[in-house]
Design a protein around this ligand. Structure first.
Ligand SMILES: *[C@@H]1O[C@H](CO)[C@@H](O)[C@H](O)[C@H]1NC(C)=O
Ligand SMILES: *[C@@H]1O[C@H](CO)[C@@H](O)[C@H](O)[C@H]1NC(C)=O
Ligand SMILES: *[C@@H]1O[C@H](CO)[C@@H](O)[C@H](O)[C@H]1NC(C)=O
Length: 573
């Protein structure tokens, strides 16, 4: 390096010190369906996750971090908005709790304010890489009303929807997993429609015109449903780069490496930037269909699931190393969490398990309010502010992320709406020892299945269970996912002490203890107050919004809808 370059770099460096905003960079890692029992620093001794553990040892480990929902679309909504997803219309009580088609109109409403939009008000450079699953367009293909670039992100590389087991070409299907007799049901409804219209016509109950209509419907409906579920991959295995379809169908084996590479390149670009940055890495691991690069297949003791956890951890490590290399580590807040608990009913075709592990907690993904579905492995690092090795056992929430980073970024939070999250920085630094959440409400769809109460004194945390899974997790298994519909309302709510009984095994004897009765009364009153704060909003999950809309369908080269991201075309499996 000659002297001129040295002077120049020194000047640029000085310029950076003097004129940079001093605002911290933010990196968010969001895993998909990762269980709290899958991670080394949360007690797993057989599945190595050294990089996630590194965040914990250099920062804080949150042992009581809760999502607002045990499925992904609503949980992700609340991470982005800091609000219960019911406030955005992204919860439902019918059978489909997530968005199932890229080409549907459901998604995160435009008037919600995301943490990325707050970052933009402070001059941040922002990117989301990976799974979005919060909708794409509303009424025309090009409106992109729900797209990340219309929610505060400058750059998007990833899936507008999600990974699905159908994408693996192993013959597995989410629809058939949930409803093993799908084909039979469709054939039966076709035959029944045929027979009943014939009989009704013969008996003179319906005119010829109606018979034709009836016949048409009973043929078209099952056929349309059959076509939709048989073509889930064609319709949904789509990757976008900003607004453009860049790959279809998705090559799953290289996905994690590509997300990592995109993250590294984004960080690299920030070196030349004087702006702070916010990078949201939303991994598709460890949602099924599980596929890793050949470097990871067969490496873990836990089959394809363990391999995927290890590849995810590797990706996290690559990003951490890049932060070190470019000197960003000390001024970067890193947050790692999962959207919901491990999917304990998930199996391979041969019946072997490929879902996560939720440790001592009861239940898992989609189970409503049991802690296995909502208590997620979470670690946060912010050198200089959070002491290395700190452990926070107080209840916190994914909804807390937005107000926490808003304060770090010095961005005012929206004041025209209810914000349910709380700044958790004082807990992380140790300035405060009590969770700012006195009450948390655990929804399954639109129904509140449990209430959590952190009294302002002592160290207890109580959970009042109003609805419970209508089976014993691990015993009477549901097919694939146990939606809220499998839950039953308890005639007498059960109260648990989540500190002495985190596995929710023995309800407290409320009838014989007046102090517990007071607690229950207090919790039910808080429930009423919370419900009064929820105002009706348009339902994103209305069937009309969820339905496949042909005119919103992405396709990179009609009619083939088949293309590969040229940038990574040479990447080995
Ligand atoms: C570690 O995680 C794997 C994968 O979910 C699980 O099968 C195993 O039981 C866990 N081991 C321990 C010791 O927690
Ligand atoms: C980062 O911060 C730590 C502790 O706050 C300090 O020991 C270290 O020297 C800092 N590193 C750099 C590169 O400034
Ligand atoms: C967004 O718009 C809908 C429909 O007009 C409204 O019900 C809702 O309250 C608005 N949300 C916010 C946060 O302003």
């Amino acid at each position: 390096m000659n002297i001129r370059w040295m002077v120049l770099s020194l000047c640029i460096g000085l310029y950076g010190v003097v004129f940079s905003s001093g605002l911290p960079n933010i990196v968010i890692f969001l895993a998909d369906d990762l269980g709290i029992g899958d991670v080394g620093c949360f007690g797993n001794t057989t599945l190595p996750t050294p990089n996630i553990d590194r965040i914990a040892s250099e920062g804080a480990r949150l042992t009581h971090h809760l999502t607002s929902s045990s499925v992904c679309t609503p949980s992700r909504t609340s991470l982005l908005t800091g609000r219960y997803p019911i406030r955005s219309g992204l919860v439902t009580s019918h059978l489909l709790p997530v968005i199932l088609f890229v080409a549907s109109a459901a998604g995160l409403p435009n008037n919600e304010t995301t943490f990325a939009e707050l970052a933009k008000t402070q001059g941040y450079s922002t990117a989301v890489i990976g799974k979005w699953h919060l909708g794409m367009s509303c009424s025309t293909y090009q409106d992109f009303c729900h797209h990340p670039l219309n929610h505060g992100f400058d750059y998007f590389y990833g899936l507008p929807l999600t990974n699905l087991k159908d994408f693996g070409n192993s013959g597995e299907s989410v629809v058939v997993s949930q409803m093993p007799a799908t084909n039979m049901t469709l054939v039966m409804s076709f035959v029944l429609g045929l027979l009943s219209s014939a009989v009704l016509h013969r008996k003179g109950f319906i005119s010829t015109k109606f018979t034709v209509l009836f016949l048409g419907l009973s043929t078209c409906l099952p056929l349309a449903l059959y076509t939709a579920y048989k073509n889930i991959t064609l319709l949904n295995s789509v990757m976008l780069k900003d607004f453009n379809v860049i790959e279809q169908p998705i090559r799953l084996d290289s996905l994690t490496r590509r997300f990592t590479q995109e993250g590294l390149e984004f960080i690299e670009r920030q070196k030349r930037n004087q702006q702070p940055f916010l990078l949201f890495l939303s991994w598709t691991h460890v949602h099924t269909y599980l596929m890793t690069g050949s470097g990871f297949s067969g490496r873990s003791q836990h089959g394809r699931y363990g391999d995927a956890v290890m590849e995810l951890d590797w990706g996290v490590g690559q990003i951490l190393t890049a932060l070190d290399k470019h000197g960003f580590t000390n001024n970067t807040m890193v947050y790692f969490t999962s959207d919901n608990g491990g999917h304990i009913e998930e199996t391979e075709e041969d019946g072997s398990r490929v879902g996560g592990y939720n440790g001592i907690y009861k239940g898992g993904k989609t189970h409503g309010a049991v802690d296995g579905g909502i208590r997620v492995p979470t670690v946060v690092r912010y050198p200089g502010r959070i002491k290395p090795g700190r452990v926070v056992d107080e209840p916190t929430s994914l909804m807390d992320f937005l107000p926490t980073v808003a304060n770090l970024m010095k961005a005012p939070v929206p004041s025209d709406r209810v914000l349910d999250g709380k700044d958790m920085m004082p807990l992380l630094t140790g300035e405060e020892r009590l969770s700012r959440h006195e009450f948390l409400f655990h929804y399954c769809g639109k129904t509140i299945h449990a209430i959590r109460y952190r009294p302002r004194q002592g160290s207890d945390v109580f959970k009042l269970v109003l609805w419970t899974p209508g089976y014993i997790p691990g015993q009477m298994r549901c097919e694939f996912v146990c939606f809220c519909g499998h839950a039953t309302r308890l005639s007498t709510p059960q109260l648990y002490n989540m500190v002495s009984d985190p596995g929710e095994l023995t309800p407290l004897n409320v009838t014989q203890h007046a102090e517990y009765q007071d607690i229950v009364r207090l919790m039910l009153k808080a429930l009423e107050e919370h419900q009064a704060s929820v105002t009706p909003v348009p339902d994103q999950y209305a069937i009309m919004n969820l339905m496949w809309r042909p005119w919103l369908q992405p396709c990179c080269n009609f009619p083939y809808c088949s293309c590969q991201d040229p940038k990574y075309a040479s990447l080995e499996p």
